[in-house]
Design a protein around this ligand. Structure first.
Ligand SMILES: Nc1ncnc2c1ncn2[C@@H]1O[C@H](COP(=O)(O)OP(=O)(O)OP(=O)(O)O)[C@@H](O)[C@H]1O
Length: 237
């Protein structure tokens, strides 16, 4: 499923947080959204998933206008979301967190899509299945949130900082899983300040500056672009 954003504009408390943001993310690809803190990445993702309404612009999912649909309705259509802020149920075990989410998001999963326990195993969570989520480290919690999102076999996955607090080896496993999801035909959006990991994973990269798309490029061109180097990251060649 493609995700098309056209001219998205968000204004809150008298400030313009997004201005005419337009891009398309296509099935089979990973699109990375980069930008300095405060550039508007989380704001953009919240608009895409239905947590925040734009004052202008539209979001199309596979050609359908979903701009006014609530988050749960978008989820039902196959739009998954890993928010930036913690979203586990702290009193439940890892296993029960996965089971509750599976019940909530039950929808026809494509044949052959991996189940929650096999994803949990791949992401190193197997020894923690009976641990209370409140006792997880930041990186372990992040891997649980990603496992949960992947277990719904989303057709579009919007992932806000998937590598946050995840150690380097864990980040490789997370990246492999996100790549596999895209290779199976899903559309994946990520935003993360782990620039190297995200650039290795993505097919295309956007740079958001002050709420506007300043650049759209291949990972190679993005890495070398003067605007990226001067305004965001001193990337290694
Ligand atoms: N509810 C709100 N009301 C007013 N301003 C807000 C609100 N939520 C966020 N902002 C502001 O919008 C701007 C963009 O925030 P956003 O969280 O989208 O940035 P970001 O690019 O995701 O940053 P980071 O990389 O630090 O996560 C920030 O300046 C933030 O202070």
């Amino acid at each position: 499923m493609s995700l098309l954003a056209t001219s998205l504009t968000v204004r809150l408390s008298g400030r313009t947080l997004l201005h005419r943001v337009t891009f398309e993310a296509r099935p089979g690809e990973v699109l990375a959204v980069f930008g300095p803190s405060g550039a508007g990445k989380t704001t953009l993702f919240r608009v895409l998933v239905g947590e925040l309404a734009p004052i202008e612009g539209i979001v199309l999912l596979s050609g359908d206008d979903i701009t006014r649909l609530p988050l749960f309705e978008r989820a039902r259509r196959g739009l998954g979301y890993v928010p930036q802020t913690p979203s586990v149920l702290p009193d439940l075990s890892v296993r029960d967190n996965l089971a509750v989410f599976e019940r909530l998001t039950r929808r026809a999963r494509p044949p052959g899509s991996p189940d929650a326990l096999s994803i949990a195993r791949d992401l190193g969570l197997e020894p923690l299945l009976d641990t209370q989520a409140a006792r997880l480290s930041g990186g372990e919690r992040r891997r649980l949130e990603i496992t949960r999102a992947l277990s719904a076999a989303p057709r579009v996955l919007v992932c806000d900082e998937p590598f946050a607090a995840v150690d380097p080896l864990g980040a490789l496993h997370v990246a492999d899983r996100l790549r596999a999801l895209a290779d199976a035909g899903a559309t994946v959006l990520v935003s993360d300040h782990h620039v190297d990991a995200a650039l290795r994973l993505c097919d295309r990269a956007l740079l958001l500056l002050d709420g506007e798309v300043a650049l759209e490029a291949s990972p190679e061109d993005f890495r070398a672009h003067p605007l990226v180097r001067s305004r965001y990251a001193a990337t290694s060649p």
